[in-house]
Design a protein around this ligand. Structure first.
Ligand code: SF4
Length: 965
């Protein structure tokens, strides 16, 4: 297991030093915490750091100050654990895990138990700062907004709005995420994105294109009902620790086999009943190898496939090629083991499939996610309680930020960027469509015709550096990226850091809005043109956040903003005001002073998010759920009596119709065993009604209580009229539908919700009832194929499994074949992969600045198999260089371990602040350097992007490891 070091070189804070000094005398740490007023939080943290369940702490002792309990949600992963913050006279003095929360049941992991320290962190940015002649200078907010605004307006004049990039965040709450996307629209660019691009964009694309929605289908809690659990490229014991409560419950109570497929023997694998070690980057081959046995033995669910799945014959034809011999040749896994896995899955239904970034972060990540879907569809596991595709998300609000369109290819709610989508949101925002269109640039296309940038996908965050560095004639936008705004994003979570350093140095302007400086503040050698703006944490504001299972939870504000920090929605308002569009943008949103009212933002998106059912979750309903967490069942998530009786906890989307309609939310997507009014539905009719003469609508399958007992397309006004159901519409609904296009209006753009209401009244899902498709004819590989990573050392496989041709998409030229055709494997013989640690999160700045967490893991390291280490003359804990084939290198500590197989090395991705052997601590603004610094694995990680979404490849590249001389 990971080492715990207490003698590292991290700087000690004054409090830490004080604790140490006291510990050396008569008082122990616990006593000190009690006396220093940190008792409850400190004790809770100390309990949780041991990895055990914590007990409710008793009151710290007699005190006259009144203790207020504020309910918030942990900001460190998507499980959504409730934090009870104890506040005295406005000071956050202690914390407890929420015992009533159905998600965490009184448990926290180390990160959750330490969030008070995150908010109160003394290493936070305290006031706006700018870099002048290589020195950080304190400035006022007025000066910062003025100077940044003037420079951006100048760039806009000279190069157009697309030359400013607005990089948002999975750390924003829903209201802020929605506002950031709206802000980009008013600025006039689709160059807006966030972390989902580099964690689950291939999931969203793959899953949405298979059965309709790009999200986790079931929930952590629903896994209580699983009879089998298959985890691929997922290590929840470290990335989503409290989810283990639910996973182990199924393992123990249902005797559910836990099958963990991972190139690395992770902490999760340590709990497995079957561990499958496979070669990084061969997920499709592995899944097809499992399916081969299922088809060979007739274990697939034939009736389910007939009724609800299209394209399985084409999958079967591809799978036939993946004999046990071929699968073992490519993946390294013996056929006998995969036969056992297949039989286990077939004999234990419903079973769930969990995947995370081990599956998604590949050049063919969309193929991986679709192969996982095909496996679950073949087994008939989707739309079943206990089954599903449980896709664990990383950050606390990466699901919400994706849903709200902080992405380069869509407006909020996955409406896309076509004219109809813009017209819909213009109506919701109550702004003239032509005004919005006028905010965007137009460029000449290759055909000489005007190409409005409004309808073009922007540059994804994975490629922003190429927006800066690429010759502008090769870009599909008017000019290069010249200003970059990192609004809650750690740069070290992205690959190709040497290229990013060059890009940062070439920019006109670099703006960092964050509670912490992040590595953006120190990576480049710039002397000026960098601004650091202190944003608050989520504990200094309030609003909703969407957990991985699509449930929304409402955070209360724990404390007022610390230092001179401002909330993200306030910063958005200040910038909008500077740019002159605040009046239009906040037309229907109350602004108090300079802070927009969160509840008005919720109500505004309730008016527009019909596609995925973010319309029924009013602030009032969400607050009611938080206040009555104890009334919700811990497995079904359904309230059993009480004021929210019948609702699912957090109204997981889709929560159809208006709040007044009181739809309960949908705990399990595509479940036809319950009526739509109670959260049931079939697969979404999203891909037409027919393909090559085949019927794409469901056959012989419909949600219980449906008046249409067969498949049907999505609902329009014309369809309601044909069915004679339009008589159920109210006059107000009719008027709204008329304004949305009359009989052409559909369930997605009717702002009254009338079409949805009437469809549901008759037992139908507004989005139709169709088959899932296993073949996505619009993707580069309609049937998912195995393709070797760009940097592969299996040159013998390239004749059959080569990568794609180079191409330009998402505005930038993208290389595939031109990299793979070069053999790097002689000089870089070891496969390099990366992943997460339990102590830290994301780029790690917040958590490495948290003294409770920083103490636990102080050294960046690389895991090397003993055999490789011995061959290379490297001993455990020695310093080594890890070289990447593109010239990046990192100096890290060797951890010699059999967690990784022979020929594979692993590095965690949370470290930053060192660069190619150099310690950058002195470059941080005084007092804001994280306690723990280290090399970023992404300095050595290389080029490689998914063929559909531009997801970065971080799980399968090559490296060379050498002992530091
Ligand atoms: Fe819960 Fe995740 Fe926070 Fe840990 S990091 S306490 S599992 S939400």
């Amino acid at each position: 297991m990971l080492r715990k070091k207490t003698s590292g070189t991290a700087r000690r804070s004054s409090l830490a030093s004080a604790i140490e000094a006291i510990g050396a005398s008569a008082m122990d740490r616990r006593m000190f915490l009690r006396r220093s007023g940190l008792a409850a939080g400190g004790l809770a943290a100390a309990g949780a750091l041991t990895g055990t369940m914590v007990r409710k702490a008793e009151a710290a002792g007699p005190t006259r100050a009144r203790v207020d309990i504020k309910k918030s949600i942990c900001t460190h992963c998507s499980v959504g654990c409730t934090v009870l913050a104890e506040v005295q006279d406005g000071v956050w003095t202690g914390q407890e895990p929420g015992f009533d929360s159905p998600f965490n049941l009184g448990s926290h992991c180390a990160k959750g138990a330490a969030v008070r320290e995150h908010a109160h962190g003394e290493r936070r940015l305290k006031y706006p700062t700018k870099l002048v002649n290589g020195k950080w200078e304190r400035i006022s907010w007025e000066q910062a907004i003025d100077e940044i605004g003037d420079q951006m307006l100048k760039i806009r004049d000279e190069s157009g709005p697309d030359s400013v990039y607005w990089l948002g965040s999975a750390k924003h709450n829903n209201e802020q995420a929605y506002l950031v996307r709206k802000f980009a629209a008013f600025w006039g660019t689709n160059n807006v994105d966030h972390q989902a691009r580099i964690c689950h964009s291939t999931t969203v694309a793959g899953v949405a294109n298979t059965w309709g929605y790009g999200a986790m289908t079931n929930s952590y809690n629903d896994m209580h009902k699983s009879k089998a659990m298959l985890l691929i490229g997922s290590n929840p014991a470290e990335a989503h620790p409290v989810s283990l409560l639910h996973i182990l419950k199924a393992k123990e109570e249902n005797a559910a086999p836990l099958i963990v497929c991972d190139p690395r023997f992770t902490r999760t694998a340590a709990h497995a009943s079957e561990y499958v070690r496979f070669r990084p980057g061969t997920d499709v081959a592995l899944v097809w190898g499992i399916l081969w046995h299922i088809f060979q033995n007739g274990w697939e669910d034939k009736e389910y496939i007939r009724q609800r799945v299209w394209g399985m014959d084409q999958i079967r034809a591809e799978v036939a090629k993946w004999t046990p011999e071929e699968t073992e040749r490519v993946t390294g896994v013996p056929g006998s083991q995969l036969r056992r896995v297949a039989r286990t899955l077939a004999n234990n239904r419903p079973g769930t499939l969990v995947w995370c970034m081990g599956g998604t972060q590949h050049t063919n990540g969309n193929n991986n996610t679709r192969a996982y879907c095909a496996l679950q569809l073949a087994l008939g596991n989707i739309g079943m309680s206990g089954g599903g595709a449980n896709i664990f998300r990383g950050h606390d609000n990466v699901q919400g930020a994706t849903d709200f369109g902080v992405v380069a290819d869509s407006l909020p709610g996955y409406y896309g960027l076509a004219e109809g989508a813009w017209r819909h949101w213009a109506r919701v925002w109550d702004v003239d469509y032509d005004y919005l269109a006028g905010r965007f640039a137009t460029m000449k296309g290759a055909d000489g015709k005007d190409r409005p940038m409004m309808f073009e996908t922007g540059i994804p965050v994975s490629r922003w550096i190429d927006g800066v560095l690429e010759d502008k004639d090769n870009l599909v936008q008017p000019d290069n990226t010249r200003a970059m705004v990192f609004w809650g994003h750690a740069p070290n979570s992205q690959t190709r850091l040497p290229d990013m350093k060059r890009a940062m140095e070439k920019l006109d302007l670099l703006v960092i809005i964050d509670p912490f400086p992040t590595m953006s503040a120190v990576l480049s050698d710039r002397k000026d043109g960098v601004y650091l703006l202190p944003a608050t944490t989520q504990f200094e504001t309030y609003g909703s956040v969407t957990a991985s299972n699509r449930s929304l939870q409402w955070r209360e504000k724990v404390m007022e903003p610390l230092f001179e920090s401002k909330t993200d929605h306030t910063i958005a308002y200040l910038l909008a005001k500077k740019f002159g569009f605040a009046e239009g943008m906040f037309k229907n949103i109350e602004v108090n002073g300079e802070e927009p009212l969160i509840e008005d933002l919720t109500r505004e998106y309730n008016r527009g998010m019909w596609t995925i059912g973010y319309t029924g979750q009013s602030p009032e309903r969400l607050k009611l759920h938080m206040a009555n967490q104890h009334t919700f069942d811990r497995t079904t998530l359904r309230a059993n009596g009480g004021p929210a009786d019948g609702d699912y906890y957090g109204l997981p989307w889709p929560c159809w119709g208006t709040p007044e309609m009181k739809h309960p939310g949908s705990a399990v997507l595509y479940d036809t065993s319950i009526p739509v009014a109670e959260g049931g539905m079939g697969f979404r009719a999203r891909f037409g009604v027919e393909r090559n003469g085949d019927n794409l609508l469901a056959e012989g399958s419909w949600p219980v209580g449906s008046e249409i007992e067969d498949g049907y397309p999505e609902f329009t006004m014309a369809m309601l009229q044909k069915l004679g159901w339009d008589v159920d519409l109210t006059d107000e609904e009719r008027a709204e539908i008329e304004a949305a296009g009359g009989e052409n209006a559909n369930w997605k753009i009717d702002l009254s919700g009338g079409i949805q209401r009437v469809a549901i009244k008759h037992g139908c899902a507004p989005y139709g009832n169709a088959k899932a498709r296993t073949v996505v004819w619009t993707f580069p590989d309609p049937v998912p194929l195995h393709r070797e990573p760009l940097y592969t050392n299996r040159r013998d496989l390239l004749d059959k499994y080569a990568t794609y041709e180079d191409k330009t998409f998402w505005r930038v030229p993208t290389r595939y074949k031109s990299i793979q055709e070069n053999d790097y494997s002689q000089d870089f013989p070891i496969i390099l992969t990366s992943g997460r640690l339990v102590e830290y999160e994301g780029g790690g700045d917040e958590t490495r600045s948290n003294r409770w967490l920083a103490e636990l893991q102080q050294d960046m390291f690389v895991e090397i198999n003993p055999r490789d280490a011995n061959d290379l003359g490297i001993r455990d804990r020695e310093m080594v260089w890890v070289h990447g084939p593109e010239g990046g290198k990192v100096k890290v500590m060797a951890m010699v371990t059999e967690r990784v197989g022979v020929g594979v090395a692993f590095m965690p991705f949370h470290f930053g602040g060192h660069y190619q052997g150099e310690d950058l601590r002195s470059k941080y603004p005084v007092g804001s350097d994280p306690y723990v610094l280290g090399e970023a694995t992404n300095t050595a990680q290389t080029y490689g992007y998914d063929s559909v979404t531009q997801m970065q490849e971080t799980k399968a590249t090559l490296c060379r490891i050498e002992r530091v001389a």
